[in-house]
Write a protein of this length. Sequence first.
Length: 174
Amino acid sequence: MFSEAAIHAQDSGLSFDQRAWIFIVKINTCMKNREKYKSEYQAIVNARSRCANPLAIDYHNYGGRGITVDPSWCGKGGFDRFFAHIGAKPDPDLTLDRIDNDKGYVPGNVRWATRQVQFRNRRPKTRGLEYTRQQQERNAKIVALHDEGVKVQVIARIYDLSSIWIYRIIRAAK
């Protein structure tokens, strides 16, 4: 078969079958790592979602505050680089934690921590809910609609939020 050097070589002299075989080996290796370290893989996927997806529930606490994931931990080979930095979880009860909550998921600022450690490592709470400027504008419109007498269920459908969230937004505005 092929040596390690041949697998990583970008030699255009390889036949189509050889390049296809190399591609399959790379994919299988990547998939084995994801399956073997599924919890670690899910941790970085969730972090990426919280930081980059405005539709994520906690986006306003992460991406909305400017928290990002190191670009080298995203895309092709990103998990391998993340895993090389942080390693496997020493205990299944640990979760991904940022040491400094005002910095992103970057080398030197992440660790595996217990829930108790994470609880002590939180930002100070402010009164009410914290929102991005865009969410604050949306919330002001929601409160205005409610003050005009529009039913909560109708507002929830308009903004694609649950009625519970609409009630929270209205309560926080008072």
